[in-house]
Design a protein around this ligand. Structure first.
Ligand SMILES: [Zn+2]
Length: 129
């Protein structure tokens, strides 16, 4: 049964973000995808794929050396998802540069919703991406 319900795209269930023929599961999309591993590493997050999703995320949060983990995690994951959907619905190949552009734009907008010291932190983070 196709995993992409309500859309008749094709019968391919493999991940569109990487070139490996891995099935597009949540674990693959979040933790194991080679495309995504690059994104997570760029933002300073490294997953241990040997534990459950929740355990891995809790451990990542505990070990994350930066600030505002949840916001950065959400923006990173959301833009990975947008890259995936951009291929599915617009046939535009995902690139790390496109993901980075989306992520830096969203992080820049986030600066207007936080305190001055966090805004300065985000500016520094964006400048080092
Ligand atoms: Zn993949």
């Amino acid at each position: 049964m196709p995993k992409r319900r309500h859309y008749h795209i094709d019968d391919i269930e493999s991940c569109v973000l990487c070139t490996t023929p891995e099935e597009e599961t949540i674990d693959h999309l979040i933790f194991n995808c080679q495309y995504n591993q690059h994104c997570w590493a760029k933002i300073g997050i490294s997953y241990n794929s040997n534990s459950s999703r929740i355990e891995a995320t809790i451990r990542v949060k505990e070990n994350y050396s930066g600030r505002i983990f949840f916001e950065i995690f959400t923006i990173t994951a959301c833009n990975i998802w947008k890259e995936r959907n951009n291929y599915i619905f617009n046939q535009i190949n995902p690139t790390h540069n496109s993901w980075l552009e989306r992520t830096t734009t969203d992080l820049s907008w986030l600066r207007y919703r936080v305190s001055t010291d966090l805004s300065d932190y985000i500016t520094s983070l964006v400048n080092n991406l």
